[in-house]
Design a protein around this ligand. Sequence first.
Ligand SMILES: [Zn+2]
Length: 368
Amino acid sequence: MEQQLEDLQKQANKELAEVSDASALEAWRVLYIGRKGKLPELLRGVKDLGDEEKRVIGKAANILKRTLEEAYSVKQESFIASAPNKLMKALPAGRQVQANEASVGHLHPITLTIERVQNIFAAMGFIIADGPEVEEARYNFDALNIPSDHPARGEGDTFMIDPKSVSGEQDVVLRTQTSPMQIRSVETMRLTPPFYVIAPGRVYLREKVDATHESTFYQFEGLGIGEDITIADFKGVIAAFFSTFFQKDVTVRLRPSYFPFVEPGFEVDMSCVFCAQKGCRVCKYTGWIEVMGAGMVHPNVLKNMNIDPTKYQGFAFGGAIDRLTMIRHGINDIRMFWSGDIRFLRQFSNCHSGPRAGIHVDAGSSPA
Ligand SMILES: [Zn+2]
């Protein structure tokens, strides 16, 4: 019987190595470790053995069972991490869409993520705010406690707009972050604490474009202000968000960091949703994935919102929509989003953004 177990292991490993898609993997699982599979069938024979043999074979069979299950989940994980790319390779290259071929459009993966983010936060009581991409420097920098000599304000990082072409007085930029929405939302909506705002949108940086950097990308900004809001409230909100977004039980961890508009500031990591923190390629074998920057709103920023920092406090966070989309769908090149490649986009025709929720507010327009 020991020989039988050994043969089974060899055969199962050989076949698993040849598995190249999810349906073949499922067939393999059913054949070897499924309820009526080869291994359980072999295990049923153990009860007829003598005591000593039963102990030895039983132990070996259990080890084999765990090994095969582990091999199965590793393989499954590799499909999750690289699903869209695998699919793309499977599609015939250069297939033309015929003019008479009726085709129905669907939302872009980035739009799907924006809606998903909005819906989850709206369900927790956040107001959804929209604002301009061409922004006054005072909202983009000054009101956020970023002084005029800060390196991030340089032309090396920021797309500057000729002030003469717009208002003529103010410095105008393509917003480099969604954070100006913090001040804008409070001003435009005349919000008084307690309040919660979520503001997703497009931002621009003079980045050198590569697989993980784009000059045009998307962020979502969050803000929650009240009388006794603490970091614990932030942790709770954000763990609930990621758990809902990935449909997994997610825990978050905070690491100290610096952003001018918060004090204290932190980087936010979430527990890896692909490997239950055992370590995998997506989390670079650390069990954690870096997902956003956050902090408690700086007193100077509260003052710029006309909110009394001695009475109120709160949290602010900023996450990357593109990165969330890449993690969720296993996309390894940010440039795909702007490629216009219909073979890439069609893979998202069946994705959805969750139940709709929330109130949308237009928080002002570009200087003109
Ligand atoms: Zn992992």
